[in-house]
Structure formats: structure tokens, C-alpha cells
Design a binder for this molecule. Sequence first.
Ligand SMILES: [Zn+2]
Length: 225
Amino acid sequence: MIIQHHLSDETILEYAGGSLSEAWSIAVASHLALCPACRKRLRGMEDAGGALMATIECADTSSDQSWEEMKRRLADAPRVTPEPAASADLEVDTATDGARLPEPLRSYLGGDLDGLKWKSLGGGAYHLPIPTEDRSASARLLRIGPGKAVPEHTHNGRELTLVLKGSYHDGARQYRTGDISEADEDVEHQPIVDMDGECVCLAITDAPLKFRSWVVRLVQPFLGI
Ligand SMILES: [Zn+2]
């Protein structure tokens, strides 16, 4: 696996400082599990010590709680072993070209991925929401056929995309297994899956706060508030 697209310094710092919420942390930790180069950068930043960390804006209480939860899940997660996958893991292997899903993603999705319930988005695309306690961001797997555009695309907030299988192009840039893409509302993009096979990605996006408030407005008359 040759990884060409890495985490930004800013995101690694946020992760090291514990100010990333649970959903973002899943993607960052999963890339770190796949990427020795980013692990080295993380260690370098951690070694830089308290002076550096003190410059990071303090996380709010909810993020602290998410971080504690994340650490607890990481501690509980089974260790990844180099042994061949058991038959129950066949779907994992299929979905990642023989590689096992990286921790901590694997512990969120369970050891038996035969039970994964992909939901159709139409047009040969599927998604699988990953249950977290994170209310500020959502995590999901996307599975998209060759030559298809990545659906459910928002330009309204921050976005992290980690490729778990296959590859896609975003303009002139190609993202392959292990690559991570960071985008915000300033980035105009239209990812298209490459023609040589389907693509499975982990996608983290800001929660649709505007939509939620719209729903609240919609039901307000019925609730009498
Ligand atoms: Zn990296």
C-alpha cells in the first residue's frame, strides 16, 4: 500500500490534543493504523510536549467525553493480528482487497461483517451509517461502483474521506487505499470512482445542523412549542 494523501498537521495536532470528536477520531485513528508516516508525525508532535499542546484551543466538555469514549473503545478493541482472516471475515477481506479493516473501525463494525446491512442510495451506491455517540459529526461507509460519482455530497462543512478499497479521482488527484482526503466548504470537488473496480470509503461529515433545525421547525406546531 502506497499512501500519497495524508492527514494535515492541523488535524494530527487536534487528534493529539484530544479536541477531535469521536467520528473524526475514527477516521484519523484508522488512517494512522494504515500509515507509518503519519504515526511518526504524531509521535513527533507528542514528543514536542506540553508547550505545543498548550497552544491548542481547549476542547469543550462534550469533546472531552467523546475522547474518553474513544480511548475506552480503543482499549477494548481486539488487536489486529497478521494471521489469515477466518471465514467469518471473508466480507471484510473482499471489501479491502485482502487487508483487514483498520482499527478502530473494525471494532465499531463488529467482527462478523457478514451481517453488514448496506443501504442503497440508488445508482449502484450503498452506505452504512456507523453508530457513534457523536452528535457533531456523522460517520458512514460508502460503497460506490466503478465510474460512479460519490453521492450524498455536501459542500456545507468539513469532510474527511479515507479510502478502504479501490480508488477514485477528484479532479487530477487520485486517492487510493489508505489515502485520506480533507475538505472544507471552500473545496469544490466531484469525486468519481475509477473504472477498475468499486470503491469503499469511510466518510466523516459535519452533522446536518441546518436540516435538523428545519425538522424541529416542521414539528414545532405539533409539539406546541
Ligand atoms: Zn498518512
